[in-house]
Ligand binder design. Sequence first.
Ligand code: C5P
Length: 238
Amino acid sequence: MSNQPHYWAIVPAAGVGKRMLADRPKQYLPLRGQTVLEHTLSRLLSAKIADIASAEIFTAVVVAITDTDPYWPELDVSKHPRIVTAAGGKERADSVLSGLKHIRDRAAANDWVLVHDAARPCVTPADIQALIAQLQDDPVGGILALASHDTLKQVQNGRITASVDRSRVWRALTPQMFRYQLLTDALTQTAGNPAITDEASALELLGYKPAIVEGRPDNIKITRPEDLALATFYLEQQ
Ligand code: C5P
């Protein structure tokens, strides 16, 4: 047995997506003939280690789903041999922790886990490979992020109170990549804290400094109705 760490993907897909104002959770909305979630999962399942066409990156892709979700069992991908279904939780962090616990008998402490939002269907293999290439020897791990090109303002009650130094502010994307045990410990210790809106924030709260790897601006999170048109455009361009 080699000591090389395995790579696992965890996809929290138990959100409701109220801001989409749709009749179903946003991960099941149609996008170029498939659901958003099918695009996301097919990108993760087909991701290959750079330059080795036969070497899939992920041992398994764990998808956290609400137990009353009627849409998931209808998708063919739910039966894929490398897809594992875990129970979703109340908040995003609960869904991720549930996914981690689901593979505790298969994952080693120093295996890498890449957490990726179900609602980010435009993630590219190059982005996943860049994240892994830059972080595989990192003691903490890190995230894809985007620099800010706009001037940023701090605002209170609709009035600007200060300008923020934009060189110091980045937008957090996914995947976010951390070691299995460190991520599990961080999410367990910070459970219930409303400030934990991504994996990195759980580690930051424990005093770690996750790295950033510059991502692509087309790795958008479907949040509002107009984002579907934008995602369609990006998928066609890619
Ligand atoms: O709502 P938001 O866009 O921030 O959700 C980010 C991701 O977290 C989505 O993929 C959503 O399905 C997931 N999520 C989850 N469990 C929750 C809430 C959100 O898996 N309780």
